[in-house]
Design a protein around this ligand. Structure first.
Ligand SMILES: [Zn+2]
Length: 110
Protein backbone atom coordinates (compact mmCIF):
# COMPACT_ATOMS: atom_id res chain seq x y z
CA UNK A 1 0.00 0.00 0.00
CA UNK A 2 1.24 3.50 -0.83
CA UNK A 3 1.89 5.50 2.33
CA UNK A 4 1.30 9.25 2.62
CA UNK A 5 4.22 11.60 3.21
CA UNK A 6 2.08 13.87 5.35
CA UNK A 7 -1.49 14.25 6.59
CA UNK A 8 -3.52 17.42 7.10
CA UNK A 9 -6.87 18.41 8.52
CA UNK A 10 -8.96 21.59 8.43
CA UNK A 11 -9.91 23.03 11.82
CA UNK A 12 -13.58 22.56 12.60
CA UNK A 13 -14.06 19.80 10.02
CA UNK A 14 -13.91 16.02 10.27
CA UNK A 15 -11.61 15.72 7.32
CA UNK A 16 -8.21 14.21 6.60
CA UNK A 17 -6.16 15.21 3.59
CA UNK A 18 -3.39 12.80 2.66
CA UNK A 19 -0.34 13.94 0.70
CA UNK A 20 1.26 11.19 -1.40
CA UNK A 21 4.47 11.20 -3.41
CA UNK A 22 3.52 11.17 -7.10
CA UNK A 23 4.54 7.94 -8.85
CA UNK A 24 4.61 9.50 -12.32
CA UNK A 25 6.01 13.02 -12.49
CA UNK A 26 7.53 13.45 -9.07
CA UNK A 27 5.97 16.05 -6.84
CA UNK A 28 2.88 15.10 -4.89
CA UNK A 29 -0.81 14.33 -5.11
CA UNK A 30 -3.58 14.86 -2.54
CA UNK A 31 -6.63 12.86 -1.43
CA UNK A 32 -9.26 14.44 0.86
CA UNK A 33 -11.54 12.21 2.98
CA UNK A 34 -14.43 13.47 5.10
CA UNK A 35 -17.56 12.08 6.70
CA UNK A 36 -20.98 13.56 5.99
CA UNK A 37 -23.82 13.79 8.52
CA UNK A 38 -25.29 10.57 7.05
CA UNK A 39 -22.08 8.66 7.86
CA UNK A 40 -21.15 8.63 4.22
CA UNK A 41 -17.52 8.95 3.29
CA UNK A 42 -16.77 11.68 0.77
CA UNK A 43 -13.49 11.32 -1.11
CA UNK A 44 -12.15 14.03 -3.39
CA UNK A 45 -9.18 13.44 -5.67
CA UNK A 46 -7.78 13.49 -9.18
CA UNK A 47 -4.25 12.79 -10.43
CA UNK A 48 -2.28 11.69 -13.51
CA UNK A 49 -3.08 8.04 -12.76
CA UNK A 50 -6.87 8.35 -12.73
CA UNK A 51 -7.41 11.44 -14.89
CA UNK A 52 -8.44 9.39 -17.94
CA UNK A 53 -10.48 6.84 -15.96
CA UNK A 54 -14.22 7.17 -15.55
CA UNK A 55 -13.86 6.62 -11.81
CA UNK A 56 -11.20 7.28 -9.18
CA UNK A 57 -12.19 4.11 -7.28
CA UNK A 58 -9.21 2.12 -8.52
CA UNK A 59 -6.62 4.85 -8.10
CA UNK A 60 -3.93 3.54 -5.70
CA UNK A 61 -3.93 6.85 -3.78
CA UNK A 62 -7.69 6.70 -3.23
CA UNK A 63 -7.57 3.07 -2.08
CA UNK A 64 -4.83 3.86 0.41
CA UNK A 65 -6.56 6.99 1.70
CA UNK A 66 -9.93 5.26 2.26
CA UNK A 67 -8.25 2.45 4.19
CA UNK A 68 -6.27 4.86 6.37
CA UNK A 69 -9.27 7.10 7.01
CA UNK A 70 -11.62 4.27 7.98
CA UNK A 71 -9.08 2.64 10.30
CA UNK A 72 -7.90 5.81 11.99
CA UNK A 73 -11.35 7.34 12.50
CA UNK A 74 -12.90 3.98 13.47
CA UNK A 75 -15.88 4.94 11.34
CA UNK A 76 -18.70 2.74 10.15
CA UNK A 77 -19.10 3.95 6.60
CA UNK A 78 -22.41 3.20 4.91
CA UNK A 79 -21.49 4.56 1.52
CA UNK A 80 -18.46 6.00 -0.23
CA UNK A 81 -18.99 8.97 -2.52
CA UNK A 82 -16.14 9.63 -4.93
CA UNK A 83 -15.70 13.11 -6.33
CA UNK A 84 -13.24 13.38 -9.20
CA UNK A 85 -11.72 16.76 -8.64
CA UNK A 86 -8.10 17.73 -8.21
CA UNK A 87 -7.18 19.39 -4.92
CA UNK A 88 -4.25 21.62 -4.10
CA UNK A 89 -2.60 22.64 -0.87
CA UNK A 90 -4.47 25.33 1.05
CA UNK A 91 -3.40 27.73 3.78
CA UNK A 92 -6.17 26.37 6.03
CA UNK A 93 -4.59 22.89 6.08
CA UNK A 94 -3.14 22.00 9.47
CA UNK A 95 -0.64 19.14 9.59
CA UNK A 96 -1.45 16.19 11.85
CA UNK A 97 0.33 12.89 12.41
CA UNK A 98 -0.20 10.27 9.70
CA UNK A 99 -2.36 7.35 10.89
CA UNK A 100 -0.51 4.05 11.13
CA UNK A 101 -2.94 1.10 10.79
CA UNK A 102 -0.39 -1.32 12.28
CA UNK A 103 -0.20 0.68 15.51
CA UNK A 104 -3.97 1.04 15.66
CA UNK A 105 -4.33 -2.75 15.52
CA UNK A 106 -1.81 -3.25 18.35
CA UNK A 107 -3.68 -0.77 20.57
CA UNK A 108 -6.97 -2.57 20.04
CA UNK A 109 -5.46 -5.91 21.03
CA UNK A 110 -3.87 -4.58 24.26
ZN1 LIG B 1 -5.64 9.35 -8.81
Amino acid sequence: MIKPLATFTIEGYEVLIFLYPSIIHGGFTLVACGTTQNDELLVQHECEVCRDSSSIANCPYVRSAIKLYKESQKKVVHKVNLLKHQIGLHERFVQVSTPDPENINIDERG
